[in-house]
Design a protein around this ligand. Structure first.
Ligand code: NAD
Length: 402
C-alpha cells in the first residue's frame, strides 16, 4: 500500500510503518548518544507504552538501562484496507530493535483499565520477568469502562465553575478563532476523573503488590501537567485538572504504602508537547505553537525522549533523592515555565491576530511534529513506495501465551 496522511480534525487516520520505525530509531539514537544510565531500572512495566511520553519511557528504559520491558497499550492493527495506528507500528519497530539487542520485550495490546489485561500482565511477569523495579503510568485515554461497576466514563475537556472563552486555533486551516467552552457538569467532572485520575494506577499497583511483583525499592511514576496562566482556564482549572489533582493525591497514597518495601511513587510534571492526546485539548495547540517558537529561539526546546531521558538521568536514577518542588513533584516543565519564556509567550498571545499569527507562532513546526507522530515527513523515507502495512508485534508472534 502507498500510505499518505489522511487528517480528520485533530487526528490522522493513517500511519506509515517505515516512518514510525524511523521515529523510534531517532529516539533510540538520542538515548544511546548519552551513554548508559548508571544504576537504572532493570525490569520495567510501562502502561501507555506506544506513543508520546510512554513510548519515550520504554525507549529510555530499554536502551539507556538495558531493562527488560513489558509495554501495555491500546492500538489497532491493520485490517487490509486500513493501516495500523502509529502506536502499533511504533511498538513493532521498538520490539524489533529491542530483540536485535538481545533484550527481553513483551507487549500487551488491550485495555489497561480492564482486569483481563492486568491479569495477563501478572502472568507474563510471573512467567518471564519477576518483580518489576519501575512502573511508569502514562495512559491517556478518552474513555474507561470501570472494571468493577461496568460504568462507562468519558473524559471531557471543559472548564469548571463557569464557561471559558479565549483564542484558539483551527490547525487544519491555520485560522485563529475565539472559542467558548461551557462549564462542565458535576457528572462530566466525575467521569473525567474516573478516566484520567489515579484510580487505575492504584489498581495496577494493588494487583502487582498482591502478586509479589513489586521489587524491593520499586519506583512508580505518573505524568502530570500544570502549565501557565494562559491555559489554566481549560487545563488546570478544568476537568482534566481535577483528574490530575486526583492522580497527584494517588501518588501520595501510593508513596506512603510503598515505603514498607523501600519504594516510592512520584509525579513528574512534564512539558507541553504535541502528542495524540494533547492535540485534542482546546486552546493548548495555540499555546503550544507560541511556546515552541519561544523555546526554540532560546535553545530550550525538548521533545518527549529528551524529557524522559532527563527524568531518568537527573531525577529518578541520579543516585540522590530526586529534586522536587514543595508539593513533592519532579518538574520537567521548569524550562517551559521560566519567567523569561512565559513573559514572551504572554506578550505574543496578546498580539495575536490572523495577520500576526504566522510570525508569532511556529505553525510549520507544529504541522511537521503532528505528521511525524504518524510517521510522515521523516527524512530518508520514500513515501511513494509500496509498503507492507500488515505488521505483527514480534513478542506476540513468538510467545506461547499470546
Ligand atoms: P499519548 O496519546 O501519546 O499516549 C497515550 C498512551 O496511552 C498510548 O500508548 C495509548 O495506546 C495508551 N492508551 C490509551 N488508552 C488506553 C487503554 N484503555 N489501555 C491501554 N493503553 C491505553 O499521550 P501523552 O501525551 O504521551 O500522555 C501521557 C501522559 O503524559 C498523560 O498522563 C498526560 O496527561 C501526560 N502529559 C502529557 C503532556 C503533553 O503535552 N503531551 C504534558 C504533560 C503530561
Amino acid at each position: 500500500m502507498i500510505v499518505k496522511p489522511k487528517i480528520r480534525g485533530f487526528i490522522c487516520t493513517t500511519a506509515h510503518p517505515v516512518g514510525c520505525a524511523h521515529n523510534v530509531q531517532r529516539q533510540i539514537d538520542y538515548v544511546l548518544g548519552h551513554g548508559p544510565i548508571k544504576d537504572g531500572p532493570k525490569k520495567v512495566l510501562v502502561l501507555g507504552a506506544s506513543t508520546g511520553y510512554g513510548l519515550a519511557s520504554r525507549i529510555v528504559a530499554a536502551f539507556g538501562s538495558r531493562a527488560e520491558t513489558v509495554g501495555v497499550f491500546f492500538e489497532k492493527e491493520a485490517d487490509g484496507k486500513r493501516t495500523a495506528t502509529a502506536g502499533y507500528y511504533n511498538s513493532v519497530a521498538l520490539e524489533e530493535k529491542i530483540l536485535a539487542e538481545g533484550l527481553y520485550t513483551r507487549s500487551v495490546n488491550g485495555d489497561a483499565f480492564s482486569d483481563e489485561v492486568k491479569q495477563q500482565v501478572v502472568e507474563i511477569l510471573k512467567r518471564d520477568v519477576g518483580p518489576v523495579d519501575l512502573v511508569v503510568y502514562s495512559v491517556a485515554a478518552p474513555r474507561r469502562v470501570h472494571p468493577r461497576t461496568g460504568k462507562v466514563s468519558k473524559s471531557v475537556l471543559k472548564p469548571v465553575g463557569r464557561g471559558y472563552t479565549n483564542k484558539s486555533i483551527d490547525m487544519q486551516n491555520a485560522a485563529l478563532e475565539e472559542v467558548t467552552l461551557p462549564a462542565a457538569t458535576e457528572e462530566e467532572i466525575e467521569q473525567t476523573v474516573a478516566v484520567m485520575g489515579g484510580e487505575d494506577w492504584h489498581y495496577w499497583i494493588d494487583i502487582l503488590e498482591e502478586n509479589g511483583l513489586l521489587a524491593d525499592g520499586v519506583t512508580t511514576v505518573a505524568y502530570s501537567y500544570i502549565g501557565p496562566e494562559v491555559t489554566q482556564g481549560v487545563y488546570r482549572n478544568g476537568t482534566i485538572g481535577r483528574a490530575k489533582d486526583h492522580l497527584e493525591r494517588t501518588a501520595n497514597e501510593l508513596d506512603a504504602r510503598l515505603k514498607k518495601i523501600n519504594g516510592r511513587a512520584l509525579i513528574s510534571v512534564n512539558k507541553a508537547l504535541v502528542t495524540q492526546s494533547s492535540s485534542a485539548i482546546p486552546f493548548i495547540p495555540l499555546y503550544f505553537v507560541i511556546l515552541s517558537k519561544v523555546m526554540k529561539e532560546k535553545g530550550l526546546e525538548e521533545d518527549t525522549v529528551m524529557q524522559i531521558d532527563r527524568l531518568f538521568r537527573d531525577f529518578l536514577y541520579s543516585g540522590e533523592p530526586p529534586a522536587t518542588d514543595e508539593a513533592g513533584f519532579i518538574r520537567l516543565d521548569d524550562r517551559e515555565l521560566r519567567d523569561d519564556v512565559q513573559a514572551i509567550v504572554n506578550e505574543r498571545w496578546d498580539q495575536l491576530t490572523q495577520e500576526t499569527l504566522s510570525g508569532l507562532a511556529d505553525l510549520e513546526g507544529y504541522q511537521s511534529d503532528f505528521l511525524r507522530l504518524f510517521g510522515f515527513g521523516l527524512p530518508g523515507v520514500d513515501y511513494d513506495a509500496d509498503v507492507d502495512v500488515g505488521r505483527t508485534l514480534p513478542s506476540l508472534k513468538e510467545s506461547p501465551a499470546s
